[in-house]
Write a protein that binds this ligand. Structure first.
Ligand SMILES: Nc1ncnc2c1ncn2[C@@H]1O[C@H](COP(=O)(O)OP(=O)(O)OP(=O)(O)O)[C@@H](O)[C@H]1O
Length: 229
C-alpha cells in the first residue's frame, strides 16, 4: 500500500527532514510512526498524501509511483487516502453532517447518496444522531470522531493520522485507537503518527521510529525504548 525506497526530503532553504528512508506498509496493515518532535513524522505523511514531493527516492502508494503523478491527478489519488489531524480541522460554522459530507460533495455525490454515507460513517464512530449539531457543541473526543468520520466517509483503502490523540486523555485516546483498529479489521491500511509511547506499548503494533529524519527502528516497540520529549 505504501512503499518508500531510499527517500530523502529537503525543504527549500536546505533543511533535510528525511534521510534515505525505506519501508513498506502492506495492504491491510496497521502501524505506528513515532519519533521526537521534528523527527520528520509529518513530513513522511505529507509525502504520502502528496502535500509535498520527495527530493530523492521513490514513493509509491497503492501501486502508483508518485513521481509520475502530475498536479492534475493529485485530487484523484487523494481520494484513496483518509487523513486525520490532531486539531481535526472541522468547519465550525457547518453542521456535523456538512463537515462529514464535504469529501462527498467534492466528489459530486448526490444529496441522497451523501446522506446514506454520512449516516453510516457517523454510526461507525458512535455519533449517530449528532448530524445537526455544530462542532462547538461536542467534546474534544467527539470532535475528533467527526474528523475520523470525514476521513472514512468515502471508504478510502488507506488512513493516515497525524497525532490523532494529541489533545485527548488516555481513556479517550484508547477509544480512538480502537476505532482505527475497527477500520483495520475490515481491511483498511492504517498509519498513525504519534509520540504517545504509552499508547503504542499498550497497542502492540509494528512501530516505525524516526530520529532526525532517519528510520532508526522498525518492529514492535517496548516501553523501555521510550523517547522522552
Ligand atoms: N515547509 C517546511 N519548510 C522548511 N522546513 C520544514 C517545513 N516543514 C517542516 N520543516 C522542518 O522539518 C523538520 C521535520 O518536521 P516534521 O513536521 O516532519 O516533524 P514531526 O516529526 O512531525 O514533528 P512534530 O511532532 O513536532 O510535528 C522540522 O525541523 C521542521 O522544522
Amino acid at each position: 500500500m505504501i512503499h518508500f525506497e531510499q527517500v530523502s526530503k529537503n525543504y527549500p532553504g536546505g533543511f533535510t527532514a528525511l534521510k534515505n528512508v525505506s519501508f513498506r506498509l502492506e495492504r491491510g496493515e496497521m502501524a505506528f510512526l513515532t519519533g521526537h518532535s521534528g523527527a520528520g513524522k509529518s513530513t513522511l505523511l505529507r509525502l504520502i498524501s502528496l502535500m509535498e514531493r520527495a527530493t530523492v527516492g521513490r514513493v509509491a502508494i497503492n501501486g502508483h509511483d508518485l513521481r509520475k503523478v502530475g498536479r492534475k491527478q493529485v485530487p484523484y489519488l487523494r481520494r484513496d487516502i483518509g487523513i486525520i489531524f490532531q486539531d481535526h480541522r472541522l468547519l465550525l460554522e457547518k453542521t456535523i453532517f456538512d463537515n462529514v459530507a464535504l469529501p462527498l460533495y467534492i466528489e459530486g455525490y448526490t444529496q441522497g447518496e451523501a446522506r446514506k454515507r454520512v449516516q453510516a460513517a457517523l454510526d461507525k464512530v458512535g455519533l449517530a444522531g449528532k448530524e445537526r449539531h455544530f462542532p462547538m457543541m461536542l467534546s474534544g473526543g467527539e470532535q475528533q470522531r467527526v474528523g475520523i468520520a470525514r476521513a472514512i466517509v468515502n471508504k478510502p483503502p488507506l488512513l493516515l493520522a497525524d497525532e490523532p490523540t494529541g489533545n485527548l486523555d488516555p481513556k479517550l485516546s484508547m477509544e480512538i485507537m480502537r476505532l482505527f483498529e475497527s477500520f483495520n479489521d475490515v481491511g483498511v491500511s492504517v498509519l498513525i503518527a504519534t509520540h504517545d509511547l504509552g499508547l503504542i506499548a499498550r497497542m502492540r503494533y509494528r512501530t516505525l521510529s524516526l530520529k532526525e529524519g532517519e528510520m532508526i527502528s522498525d518492529g514492535l516497540a517496548h516501553q523501555g525504548e521510550a523517547h522522552h520529549e
